[in-house]
Design a protein around this ligand. Structure first.
Ligand code: ATP
Length: 256
């Protein structure tokens, strides 16, 4: 569903992402983790066509992102860490606009259910500029769920959400994955990643340190037992290459 091969991105000659390879199948949730500046947002932006790759091949639902961008955009939702809303439009106008762009059937009914789920029903008539940070995040999530995308990309989606919102988001992502949606979440909240992700991609300074399932990651970094948390493993995986002696691109290539 998502195929990324040998992806590289340089900004003004500075390499932000260097030869990253990963795949996300329907029903999988990939956690994209790494220190600040690792290349997570760059990778997400390349996946939705907002950043042009310097090298490599990226496809979504079988469509090449550079050659068939419209086909990709029809099937994908991207929620950046500070979602760009229209300040003058109300909550319900955002949903109506999204429904119209994506030709959503039964949009009013679906929109009402989403507003209820994210506790935004009482804000239907409020303009986006009058919403709190967390409410803006919930509105962006509602708009993205409305058109039932096959692929959902989220950049730091928990920022600003209250505990109820976090729980609803986790449950809703899990249920969409159960329906066959492919999800990628960039986050520094490692407990959340461990909780809901099936797979993890670890980047550091644009280099791929690991891609595979959470259990493969645990057995790689913790061969004695499987008890280490993702947070403990994260510090090992993002230690300097020279001190650790690894730079794992594919789990099948592991030879420690
Ligand atoms: P964070 O966790 O801080 O959000 P990130 O992993 O999302 O970081 P990116 O935003 O992808 O990291 O940035 C990766 C590298 O690319 C950084 O060194 C950053 O300075 C650089 N970079 C990102 N966007 C641009 C840009 N538009 N122009 C120049 N350099 C950029």
């Amino acid at each position: 569903m998502i195929e990324v091969s040998e992806f590289r991105k340089a900004y003004d000659g500075v390499l932000a992402v260097d030869r990253v390879d990963f795949q996300v199948q329907p029903g999988q949730i990939l956690g994209l983790i790494g220190p600040n500046g690792a290349g997570k947002t760059t990778t997400l932006r390349a996946l939705c066509g907002l950043t042009v790759p310097t090298e490599g091949h990226l496809s979504v639902c079988g469509y090449d992102i550079e050659q068939q961008p419209l086909e990709v955009k029809k099937r994908l939702a991207y929620i950046p860490d500070d979602p760009p809303l229209f300040p003058e439009l109300t909550v319900e106008q955002h949903l109506a606009f999204t429904a119209s762009v994506f030709s959503v059937k039964n949009a009013d009914e679906k929109a009402s259910r989403l507003l209820e789920m994210f506790e935004l029903s009482s804000k239907r008539k409020n303009r986006a500029s009058d919403l709190s940070r967390g409410m803006r995040q919930k509105l962006a999530l509602s708009c993205s769920y409305l058109h039932q995308p096959e692929v959902i990309l989220l950049d730091e989606p928990m920022t600003g959400l209250d505990p109820h919102g976090i729980r609803k988001l986790k449950e809703s992502l899990q249920s969409r994955a159960d329906e066959g949606v492919a999800v990628v979440i960039s986050s520094h909240l490692l407990a959340m990643v461990e909780d809901i992700c099936s797979h993890v991609l670890i980047l550091k300074e644009g280099q791929q340190r690991f891609f595979g399932t959470i259990s493969e990651l645990k057995s790689l970094f913790n061969s004695e037992s499987n008890e280490a948390t993702l947070e403990q493993i994260f510090f090992q995986a993002t230690a300097t290459v020279s001190s650790l002696g690894i730079n794992v691109k594919k789990t099948e290539a592991i030879a420690l």
